[in-house]
Design a protein around this ligand. Structure first.
Ligand SMILES: NC(=O)c1ccc[n+]([C@@H]2O[C@H](COP(=O)([O-])OP(=O)(O)OC[C@H]3O[C@@H](n4cnc5c(N)ncnc54)[C@H](OP(=O)(O)O)[C@@H]3O)[C@@H](O)[C@H]2O)c1
Length: 353
């Protein structure tokens, strides 16, 4: 992206705007709901020298945020009570006192759930609007795409002709993992929670078999039929009983990629399932969890490859776009009832230019 390196304090904040923030109002017990969030009207902050003023265009809502609502130590800091929630945001520079960014530039960063906020340019990544729709910086060409890319290829190590099972297959990470597994020449079986999602997986992503885990009475049989040669790679977004069934089918030297366990995120007490060690050991299989930031020093490589596939028409992007800042909480809550196909994002505003 072309960046103009001259300092100017320009603005396209011509019309009178109001600002809003979404804070964590309470730590949920079990499933979060609307009372988890609080909206507040605030002032648009004054710009300091060196900073930029950003207008949020797209806000990402993600399942991992449920973990951040607990006051426990983890790989990412918990949200503070009565403080703004933060996450991935695509924003437009609307005022600049920075030499690195000009008014109209589109950026991506970890930002607060606010309509307007100031930011230190060091924490911003430019988004190239000519490469792909800017929302893809939060989906296929952003963190979720990278999660599928590194999780599947580096940990799953799929070989041509192998069987790859992907749970949460129609979601943000899942749909990219399905497409990459097909690019690699694998037999791909995906599970998801509606017939519409199964149609999307089989007809648009051309996976070999989709299974609706909510309506299938005998998952053991359905999975066995879909994987006649067993399971070589299991890319797990979901966990719980569904994963117990997949584990029964793993092959010798199978790789189990622990990407997410969304079926368990809202449980206050974790259920005790089968002891999987007895499945893993005789199969000399490997189960490995990962956090996408483990691969931070290779993000450039990942984005380059994803963009190459995208430009070659081999990788499609799929997003569920909810409209309006006031609907960010409901978009987040919808992740836990399966409202989304592909990446769930919220459109807050259009860029000026
Ligand atoms: N390791 C990492 O660094 C990393 C990075 C990003 C994401 N993740 C994890 O990857 C998983 C997918 O994330 P995502 O961003 O792509 O979200 P997503 O799959 O787009 O959205 C969540 C989906 O999970 C399914 N789901 C919700 N509750 C469920 C339940 N109780 N049992 C089974 N399925 C359920 C729903 O689809 P259905 O209609 O199919 O039920 C829902 O649409 C999450 O577990 C997330 O935490 C991990």
């Amino acid at each position: 992206m072309k960046r103009k390196f001259f300092i100017k304090s320009t603005s396209n904040m011509s019309d009178q705007q109001t600002n809003s923030v979404i804070e964590l109002a309470e730590r949920p017990s079990g499933k979060p709901d609307k009372s988890t969030f609080r909206f507040r009207e605030i002032e648009i902050p004054k710009l300091q020298n060196g900073d930029v003023l950003l207008k949020s265009l797209y806000i990402s809502v993600d399942p991992y945020m449920r973990g951040r609502m607990r006051d426990v130590e983890s790989y990412v800091e918990p949200f503070e009570l009565d403080e703004p929630i933060n996450g991935g945001v695509v924003a437009e520079v609307v005022e600049s006192k920075s030499s690195g960014f000009s008014v109209g530039d589109i950026v991506q960063a970890q930002l607060e759930w606010k309509k307007y906020q100031t930011a230190d340019p060091q924490n911003l990544q430019p988004v190239d609007p000519d490469l792909a729709p800017i929302s893809t910086a939060l989906s296929t060409l952003g963190m979720t795409g990278l999660t599928a890319y590194f999780g599947l290829l580096d940990i799953g190590e799929p070989e041509e002709g192998e069987t790859v099972v992907i749970s949460g297959a129609a979601g943000a990470v899942g749909n990219v993992a399905c497409q990459i597994a097909k690019i690699k020449g694998c037999r791909v079986v995906g599970t998801a929670g509606s017939d519409q999602k199964i149609k999307y997986l089989e007809n648009e992503l051309n996976i070999d078999k989709g299974i609706n885990y909510k309506t299938t009475e005998n998952m053991r049989e359905a999975l066995a039929n879909a994987c006649p040669n067993g399971v070589d790679v299991y890319f797990d977004n979901v966990g719980g009983e569904l994963s117990d069934r997949v584990m029964e089918l793993i092959n010798k030297h199978a790789r189990i990629v622990l990407c997410g366990q969304i079926a368990l995120y809202n449980k206050e007490k974790q259920p005790i399932g089968p002891r999987v060690q007895l499945q893993i050991l005789p199969k000399s299989a490997r189960m490995e969890g990962f956090i996408i930031f483990n691969f931070a020093d290779r993000f450039e490589e990942g984005v380059k490859q994803l963009a190459e596939w995208y430009n070659a028409g081999k990788l499609n992007h799929k997003e569920t776009v909810t409209e309006g800042f006031e609907n960010v909480p409901s978009a987040f809550l919808g992740l836990f009832s399966g409202e989304n196909i592909g990446k769930q994002i919220v459109r807050i505003a259009d860029p000026k230019n």
